[in-house]
Design a protein around this ligand. Structure first.
Ligand code: CP
Length: 315
């Protein structure tokens, strides 16, 4: 693959290749000397048109640990504020010969569009409510390590599925790896069309969480809700917030996940989020660095092979 724009175009073997390579980077990242030369001589530009803590920091660390020259564009201070378009911004940076562009954008499809205009590898770091592929890959690695496998698991994705690119990428990935995915939340946030993805839909947490292996909670994404959220946060927490009582319906060894950022007391009780016996939220963050290292390493290998073929005149 030239780019990583979504999970949709990946085959199960591609997913396994990323996760296997990421395992070696988990080991590297736990050492005192966290350095490899996999991206030596390459330039990585991070363009985040939307706020981020985890994704931005982990892409930056991943690039630096692999020896790339990493530049973080401050989009808030860029000429986008003077009216320059996304495409003109991308073409401008493209003229500086980057090798990897990491892009987050509030509009679904914006990263795909940008990838058509540049001649380097593009990684989607989250576009609108469309896809967040490296999040799904890091979630997959976290699940595989906690459960010992990434198939025939029962996984409940709970909350604001409708506005979530994390949910969409996870639904596609987990489906490709032959897991059973349940979506749990109020009908306003879990539209019935999601059954087209092969998911079972529940609007009751006790039923939806019954005997699942994995409980994945999602934030209410108010920034993507036109006109605000319908029930009060208190009412939402009462019905859909993950607390010990609701978690007791899942398997006794079920893990709790959350992509972050979390809103404690809205979609999840703080004590559950901090429970080291159940919550793998910090492991997700750790896996994020390793998975992004693996993704950039694989894209760079492809980029180098293509350039060598071009140099030799291979069509
Ligand atoms: N999970 C995630 O994408 O977090 P950030 O928005 O902080 O990057």
């Amino acid at each position: 693959h030239k780019h990583l724009l979504g999970i949709e175009p990946l085959h199960p073997e591609d997913i396994t290749t990323v996760l296997d390579l990421a395992e070696s980077y988990v080991n590297l990242n736990r050492q005192a000397h966290k350095h490899s030369d996999a991206l030596a001589g390459l330039t990585q530009i991070n363009m985040f048109f939307e706020n981020s803590t985890r994704t931005q920091a982990s892409f930056e660390l991943a690039g630096k640990r692999l020896g790339a020259d990493v530049m973080n564009m401050n989009m808030q201070a860029s000429s986008v504020k003077k009216g320059e378009t996304l495409i003109d911004t991308a073409l401008t940076l493209n003229a500086m010969h980057p090798d990897l562009l990491v892009v987050r954008h509030p509009h679904s499809g914006a990263v795909d569009l940008l990838a058509q205009k540049v001649n380097c590898a593009v990684i989607n770091a989250g576009d609108g409510r469309h896809e967040h592929p490296t999040q799904a890959l890091l979630d997959a690695l976290t699940i595989r390590r906690a459960k010992g496998r990434l198939h025939r698991l029962s996984i409940a994705i709970c909350g604001d599925v409708a506005h979530s690119r994390v949910a969409r990428s996870n639904i596609v990935l987990l489906g490709k790896m032959e897991n059973r995915v349940r979506l749990v939340g109020p009908p306003t946030l879990v539209p019935s069309q999601f059954s087209e993805f092969g998911c079972e839909i529940y609007d009751d947490m006790a039923e939806g969480l019954k005997d699942v292996d994995v409980v994945m909670m999602l934030r209410l994404q108010k920034e993507r809700m036109d006109g605000g959220f319908i029930p009060s946060e208190r009412e939402y927490y009462h019905r859909y917030g993950l607390d010990a009582d609701k978690l007791s319906y899942a398997k006794p060894d079920a893990i709790v996940m959350h992509p972050g950022p979390m809103n404690r007391g809205v979609e999840i009780d703080g004590t559950i989020a901090d429970d080291i016996h159940r919550s793998v939220i910090q492991e997700q963050v750790e896996m994020g660095v390793a998975v992004r290292m693996a993704v950039m390493d694989l894209l760079a290998r492809n980029l180098r092979a293509t350039r060598e073929d071009n140099d030799k005149g291979v069509m």
